[in-house]
Design a binder for this molecule. Structure first.
Ligand code: ADP
Length: 706
């Protein structure tokens, strides 16, 4: 280190040979500087490098001469050089020590490492600046470690924040319980679940008391088990709590884990708490809707069905349930009211009787507007608003009601009534979720009511129709009976008339004047007609009265008998009867003879005068062992307009003077065929002829002839 000898002597005037002792000190300083792990340098008072230690030369990678020549150029990182220069200038200007962190390039590998540069001014006794001593301490590793721990800390902070956000987003509360001291710490969300403000503590005892009595023992047992279980079983339980501050019933899910001390004893139980009320309610709602569905489709007894629904609601969702339906006059009639306690039901009924809803009552407003009504917390003001007088207020308050829902029972676009759900002693607060459920249920009830009413109306009209049909059948039967009895009783006097007219004729006919004879003929004819009529009515009545005795009957024999009875008429008409073999059927022979006789008789009677009469009999086998018989003539035929009418009693198409008869023949035929289970109809063309067809059951179903 070169020194100006004059200056040295001036600085140390008392020293014998200051230069000598200074040289020693210089030497010692140099040794010290060489032994230091730092970069050390010295400059003159302008900052020009005068001396550097070996460590410097090695690190920078130059000789002392080169360093002296190039000075600071290229030593520092280009980004740091300007700042370094600035602080250096400032320090020189002020003549004060300076400090700066700066990157210096290591020659061996070209890497810049961070150094802490410290420069100290050197002064003479009189204060004059003679130069600077500087050191550079490698702080690269420290800086790296710092950066790492800073990053770690930041990361931790980030994780903390994420956890906090996750807890907040999931509405998850956290808590810690220390069993030894019995202390409980809860966060704001836990407190909210217990209906408590953030700034008020919850003790473990308060928590236990708040738990629903039915769940309390289960919860305490779970806590004990978790604390005792050294294998670290998790604490995981759901229970109901009544809000300490607000009394509201909530479901919570609580999870936790015990942490143990060195002695293995649980030191604390730490965990989370979430609100499960909505999830539980949704499950309850789904369950109730499913059950209600079965009730609503299972019964058409409207009032019983509504009572069942109300009972369901009371067991699952509310303490009270009422269903009011609109009556004919537009007033609300209470058709169901349920509570678990029957004495309370009686009180509510009395209340409804004494204070029927007025147009201002909430239920009437729901009915009028269709807008649902929800009061989550029934306060005094709401009760007073809805009540009709002071006594009404007192009675409602005595029921301890907490919250209420009213929804319209709607079907198509009509409001049929109101569903009312109210909570009280269960301390359950009804919410918008419950309202949505109630509206859903209300819609379903509405549809069920409409169905039940439609069903009742349908049943009533069906019963009426059956009653009418039965009445008609009864009346018909009675009429037939009357006709039969009358005819029977008429026969006797008629026989007398005929008998005495015959006597008169025989004794006096020839002696009577022409006019009287004609009169006598009229009487005889009328009596004969009347006899025929009575005979036909009796036949008709008998078919109705006597049950057919079904037996196998050969239709060929039946036709033989009928043709036998009609022999005279056939001869008179000069008719030809063409028959094919007819089957054996099941029936009553005497009635079947009557049937064929009437039809063949008509075929002869309604013949055309211009062509010889011809009657054809044919049979055709049908499915199921049935037969269709056809009796065809070539007579006058029947206008299609009258095809149905001719089978009715007393219906004729001709005057008696044209064709004799009383209009009963075909109705007898119809009755006989129908009593055999078959049907009869006609096909005809006026002027060409008619075919009467009827069906009869074969004697051997499935094995016909043909
Ligand atoms: P009635 O023969 O005593 O008049 P029916 O009940 O047997 O009573 O017949 C009712 C009416 O049907 C007859 O008056 C007649 O006009 C019509 N009719 C019945 N059978 C024939 C037939 N084979 N051809 C044409 N008309 C017929």
């Amino acid at each position: 280190m070169p020194r100006d000898p004059a200056a040295v002597r001036a600085a140390f005037p008392d020293e014998e040979d200051p230069m000598q002792s200074l040289a020693e000190i210089d030497e010692r300083c140099r040794k010290l500087a060489e032994s230091m792990p730092q970069l050390v340098w010295m400059t003159d008072h302008h900052g020009k490098l005068e001396w550097v230690n070996h460590h410097w030369l090695e690190y920078i990678g130059s000789t002392i001469e080169e360093s002296r020549a190039s000075g600071w150029a290229g030593v520092f990182h280009p980004d740091d050089a300007a700042a370094m220069r600035a602080s250096w200038r400032l320090a020189v200007h002020a003549g004060k020590p300076y400090e700066r962190e700066v990157r210096i390039r290591r020659r061996s590998d070209g890497v810049y490492r961070w150094f802490l540069i410290r420069g100290t001014p050197q002064r003479r006794e009189d204060g004059e600046l003679i130069g600077w001593v500087g050191t550079g301490t490698d702080i690269e590793d420290i800086r790296r470690a710092d950066a790492r721990s800073r990053a770690d800390a930041e990361h931790m902070q980030q994780r903390d924040e994420q956890l906090r956000l996750a807890l907040a987003a999931g509405h998850i509360g956290t808590w810690e319980y220390r069993p030894r001291s019995g202390e409980l710490e809860t966060d704001a969300r836990c407190k909210a679940l217990f209906g408590m403000p953030e700034d008020q503590p919850i003790t473990y005892e308060m928590l236990i008391q708040a738990i629903h009595p039915d769940d309390r023992e289960r919860m305490q047992q779970a806590v004990r088990q978790t604390l005792d279980d050294i294998d670290g079983a998790a604490y995981d339980i759901e229970y109901r709590v009544f809000g300490i501050g607000d009394g509201v019933l909530r479901w919570v899910s609580v999870k936790g884990r015990a942490f143990r001390g060195a002695d293995g004893q649980a030191e604390c139980l730490v965990g989370t708490m979430t609100d499960r009320t909505d999830i539980k309610r949704d499950a309850e709602h789904d369950h109730l809707l499913a059950e209600a569905g079965t009730v609503l489709v299972g019964s058409f007894d409207l009032h019983a069905m509504l009572r069942d629904i109300a009972r369901l609601c009371v067991t699952r969702i509310s303490d009270w349930c009422a269903i009011d339906l609109v009556d004919q006059g537009g007033a609300l009639e209470r058709v169901a009211i349920e509570h678990r306690d029957p004495t309370k039901v009686a009180l509510a009924r009395e209340l409804h009787r004494r204070y029927p809803p007025t147009p201002e009552s909430p239920s009437m407003r729901v009915l009028a507007t269709g807008v649902s009504y929800l009061v989550e917390k029934l306060g005094d003001a709401t009760i007073e608003l809805g009540a009709q007088d002071a006594e009404h207020v007192r009675l409602i308050k005595s029921l301890g009601l907490r919250s209420a829902i009213m929804v319209a029972l709607r079907a198509s676009d009509r409001t049929l009534g109101v569903l009312i759900l109210v909570t009280a002693e269960s301390r359950r607060a009804l919410t918008h979720r419950d309202l949505a459920f109630a509206e859903d249920l209300g819609g379903r009830i509405g549809v069920a009511i409409e169905n039940a009413r439609l069903f009742a109306a349908e049943r009533a009209s069906r019963a009426l129709a059956v009653e009418k049909a039965e009445g008609l059948a009864r009346a018909n039967g009675e009429l037939e009976q009357l006709a039969y009895v009358c005819s029977h009783d008429l026969q006797e006097p008629l026989r007398m008339v005929t008998q005495y007219v015959d006597l008169l004729r025989r004794a006096h006919y020839d002696t009577l004047p022409e006019r009287s004879r004609r009169h006598l003929d009229y009487v005889s004819e009328a009596a004969a007609r009347m006899q025929a009529l009575i005979r036909d009515i009796l036949t008709y009545g008998r078919i109705g009265g006597a049950p057919a005795q079904p037996e196998p009957v050969e239709l060929d024999r039946v036709v033989d008998e009928a043709l036998g009875n009609l022999q005279v008429a056939i001869q008179q008409a000069g008719a030809q009867v063409v028959r094919e073999a007819l089957p054996r059927i099941t029936g009553t022979k005497i009635q079947l003879v009557q049937l064929f006789q009437n039809l063949i008789g008509n075929a002869l009677k309604f013949r055309r005068p211009d062509v010889p009469a011809e009657v054809r009999l044919a049979a055709r086998r049908l499915d199921g062992g049935w037969w269709e018989i056809a009796i065809q003539d070539n007579g006058i035929g029947i206008d299609p307009a009258h095809w149905g009418k001719i089978f009715e009693v007393f219906q004729r198409l001709h005057l008696r003077s044209e064709y004799a008869g009383n209009g009963i023949g075909l109705s007898i035929c119809k009755k006989i065929v129908e009593r055999h289970g078959g049907r009869i109809w006609v096909e005809s063309a006026p002027g060409t002829g008619s075919i009467f067809r009827f069906t009869l059951p074969g004697a051997e179903p499935g094995a016909g002839r043909g």
